[in-house]
Design a protein around this ligand. Sequence first.
Ligand code: SF4
Ligand code: ZN
Length: 726
Amino acid sequence: MSKIVAQAVIRGAVSVVKEAQDLLSKAIKEKGESQKIGFPETAFYLPMANALMGIEAKTLKDAKIILEHANSLLPKLPSEQLWLPYLGNALDAGIATLFAEEIIMVLRYLYNQEPQADCNGFFTDTVLRSLGIQLVDGRMPGFAAILGAAPDNNTAVEIIRELQERNILIFVGSSVKGRSIIDQLKEQEVQMGWDNYIVPYGRDTLSGIYPLHWAIRSALTFGGIKAGQAKKCLLYCKERVFAFGLVLGELDDIKYATGAGAINMGFPIIADTDIPEIKPSGITTYEALVKELDHKKIVSRCIEVRGVKVRVAKIPIPVLYGAAFEGERVRKEQLYVEFGSKSSTAFELLKGSELNKIEDGKIELIGDDIDKLSDEKKAMPLAIVIDVAGRKFNKDFEPILERQLHRYINCAMGVMHIGQRDMNWIRISKDAFAKGFRLKHLGILLHAMLHQEYSAIVDKVSVKLYTNQNDIEGLLPEAKKIYQERDERLSGMTDESVDTFYSCLLCQSFAPNHVCVITPERLGLCGAYSWLDGKASFEITPSGPNQPILKGEYLDQKLGQWKAVNDFVYQKSNKSVSCVSMYSLLTDPQTSCGCFECIMAVIPEANGVMIVNRDYGGMTPSGMSFTTLAGSVGGGVQTPGFLGIGKLYITSRKFISAEGGIKRIVWMPKELKEALGDKLKKCCEEIGSLDLFQRIADETLATTLEELIAYLEKVKHPALTMPPLI
Ligand code: SF4
Ligand code: ZN
């Protein structure tokens, strides 16, 4: 390593550790050693120290221990130290920097100085888990942490767009000469936030610790590595988390020191200034520190140096296309034209056809295109009718493919899609229109994506787009009839009406013993896989994660146990789970991986169960938040009394039927209750107790056990008089 770099790293490390020490001494003086500290919504304490030292830091006193360790990693006499031609010293100094930065950040939280304006601050476990699936299945190929500012706003936007188009998650922050890329993007009105894959962490380099200790937590969460196994954690990051640092503008000592910390995790640093490079690999997969002065080449250089595997679908449309644009909204000010919702008649329909009846790639527009729109009007009617055909295509796949339209259309930059069927709502922005986006491009992208993702079942795709009100009204009744038939097909389906269930092993990549068994009346706990999806997925990829389980005879009808299911789960769980009940929370419940939409937990005092959804950040009457509960439920083990479930399972007739079904529900967050709304009311009605819906408490009625019991007694909740749960 260049001596200049090593010295800068060590100088930076010494100054960050000193800053942490000063802040910590001040905090201890003001609040005492036993003062509690912590980041919001995490089960990993100070994540870097937790992962690398195994320490569960809860107080200022614990922080002191970490800092002492950081201090011991610093080379003794930085300015006079002997020059050693290997990374050792500087790497240790890098780790010391990360520990110190983590402490500075947690102290800022203690003093309410974080998150900074317009910034996310600490990244919670919830975000880590919910993005986990994308990490695991490769939809998100990597992370970029950008520090500093580009030479001008346009360059900043160009770099960001290039990363977005490759679906790389981008953390932006730090600054150079008082200017941060965060403000450059804000000035250019670039939409930021998790949905857009652009997350501002903070305007100083110290807050660069957020993306780093977010990454290290994935080793603990998804890698199954235990806290304290430092080498394994670092290696996991190198091998599994495809992150890199992109420094725009000059590097100072603190950036060098933080960069050295990142290099320890296997994350290379790419700079746009003339810095001394570190070429040898080992700690990182390829080079550790490189420069690329040409901003047009810098993104591809980053990808090459980190070895990120990007699957770019080059769709021939005039706007950028990628999952990074999926969550982007087209707001009123940006609106060029919209279809559906309150603005006009619209629907979308995908149906199977005979192979010889359609011409692959044929896109027809019947009616005016959007450039014929008169100035004052902003809405048009639209019907999107897609015909697909394939030797292996079957009617059951229609709704599954149709459901992808939402994602496919949203991935075009400047195009927004909400809803489905005849309740869809599509918006096209002025920018997209100006770039040349027209209705036929909707057809082009749908054709391309259906081929790309469903080539196993789809051989031909053609798209018709109608914009004449009369045509659309003429087609609508037929579409409605098809929607209704589909609903009947699905809602009529019971566990008894089929002879086969489907497994899902997708989550074994991070919960190695976890098996989801999916039945018509119980979907996967992530909410993303229904029985039909499992069936389709098996037919699409017969050797894939969804395998049929011929259920055979019952072992126990009440619990929902079958011998064949048990045998299957035993084999696929690496012989760690031998019995699974489909309908019970207490006897051999299913395992939970980590992606559950909701967690259900027994409340013994209420003789019932509470359910909490992932988005609910508050306290529950069990005395635990969602995050805390998630810590004890996940990992692919059976935890009687606790269960991760998909939202829709709550309204299934098989919902913990072994324990008495929905009458056991005593509490759920208001938001969840409202989301289930009519469906849940219908279930209450079906069991002849319509007012059960009102009797289920939410956080506006009770957040503690005492309040809950008092409420249940007041409304005479049925759970109180049911047979004892335990
Ligand atoms: Fe994971 Fe189960 Fe969802 Fe499959 S169904 S992705 S195993 S949670
Ligand atoms: Zn999972």
